[in-house]
Design a binder for this molecule. Structure first.
Ligand SMILES: Cc1ncc(COP(=O)(O)O)c(C=O)c1O
Length: 401
């Protein structure tokens, strides 16, 4: 599986390294999670094998009900991946060929490629320097300037597990009559102002990619929506635009969810709250140890900058990301000492070769560009130990001393 993982720093640690002083720290260790839920997961997979129903069916329907209930959405539609979920959400929200959609320049490629797949053009706007989420002030400025009538939607991303400013985006979407679609791929269980991610726009896309907070044993995703009409449309779109077998009203694709993935996800869903709470605990430990080591402070002189947490946000720390001075050097120093890190993301979307047709150039979105040079994700997963976090911080302190 590791060859499919976007990070190449996913390793496992033997139980011995967890009881004694750690010698290495993986960025993510899925084996530890599996050790704790092995029996439950294998029983769920056996249940699907016994049923011989492998695509959609009762497991997928049960997962859809459970995710709708978790997010407070009217309905959820299981699908093949987070990328598929974004496409379904955008098309159901009314995005058509020739339209334009505002999104962040600092996200995973799928946030913008799904707009292209819907036939529309992404309009990249810069991020807020404190949180690295799409900046509502810049979006508003853009909308008050010369505006194309083709603009249909805003797609904020809840980056690293912290919701974008959905109060501001909701007000902007209403004023300019745009659909508000959430890219909640990294934010299952997160909240904004006490409302769950997935209930903050007309539709929201979640990814269950194996590294996510709630993760499948392969590719999987889901869309939540406040509208049962939109949900019905997405159910048709994920199945070749087909309201009934072999009749096709429009072009959809095969975007269905497998029953085995749904069954695994249902097991893990019962642990999600606990796992997210553990992630928050680890983030607090990093914050504290980085401050105690003198590596991070509110003054700009410290070598590490901790990203801001919005008071309205309940963060789920899909990633614990800092801004690091001499980022590439400290990353190598950590790697040489068996500490896994990752860069989410090294090149902003407007500078990706695939988007060169938009004609944007270096300097156009400077906050995203600076973030791409500075961000560093440190090890983060529920089963991480305090001793491991301590080793990460001590090793960084050695580097900067
Ligand atoms: C912000 C964001 N959007 C979309 C996706 C796409 O999800 P998937 O990999 O499940 O297709 C991801 C996954 O990495 C993501 O992080």
């Amino acid at each position: 599986m590791s060859s499919l993982l976007k990070s190449n720093a996913v390793k496992s640690a033997s139980p011995a390294t967890r009881t004694s002083a750690p010698a290495s720290v993986p960025l993510l260790d899925l084996r530890r999670q599996y050790e704790g839920i092995r029996e439950e997961v294998l029983a769920a997979i056996a249940r699907v094998c016994d049923s011989q129903i492998f695509i959609l069916g009762p497991e997928v329907e049960a997962l859809e009900r459970e995710i709708a209930s978790l997010t407070g959405a009217a309905a959820a539609v299981g699908c093949a991946s987070g990328t598929e979920a974004l496409w379904l959400a955008l098309v159901a929200a009314g995005v058509k060929p020739g339209d334009a959609v505002i999104t962040t320049a600092f996200s995973f490629f799928a946030s913008a490629s799904s707009i292209v797949r819907a036939g529309a053009t992404p309009i990249f706007v810069d991020v807020d320097a404190a949180t690295l989420n799409l900046d509502p002030a810049r979006v508003e400025q853009r909308l008050r300037g010369p505006r194309s009538s083709a603009l249909r939607a805003i797609l904020p991303v809840h980056l690293y597990g912290q919701c974008a400013d959905m109060d501001r985006f909701d007000a902007i979407a209403q004023e300019f009559q745009l659909a508000l679609v959430e890219d909640a791929a990294q934010a299952i269980g997160a909240e904004w102002g006490g409302c769950p991610a997935g209930s903050l726009g007309v539709a929201a896309a979640f990814s269950f990619y194996p590294t996510k907070n709630l993760s499948a044993y392969g590719d999987a995703g889901i869309v939540t929506t406040a509208s049962s009409e939109l949900a019905e449309h997405m159910r048709r779109l994920r199945n070749h635009g087909s309201p009934r077998r072999y009749y096709h009203d429009e072009f959809g694709w095969n975007g269905r969810l497998d029953a085995i993935q749904a069954a695994v996800l249902r097991v893990k869903l019962t642990h999600l709250e606990d796992w997210n709470e553990k992630r928050r605990g680890h983030a607090a430990t990093y914050d504290r140890l980085l401050a105690e080591a003198g590596l991070a402070s509110n003054q700009g002189s410290a070598p590490i900058g901790v990203l801001a947490r919005s008071p309205q946000a309940k963060h789920v720390f899909h990633q614990y990301v800092v801004r690091a001075r001499r980022r590439d050097e400290v990353r190598k120093f950590l790697a040489d000492r068996q500490i896994g890190t990752e860069i989410y993301y090294p090149l902003p979307l407007h500078l990706q070769p695939a988007f060169s047709y938009l004609g944007l150039k270096e300097g156009d979105l400077p906050v995203s560009e600076q973030a791409a040079r500075e961000v560093l994700a440190l090890p983060m997963f529920p089963e991480l130990t305090e001793a491991e976090i301590r080793l990460v911080v001590e090793t960084m302190a050695d580097f900067y001393s």
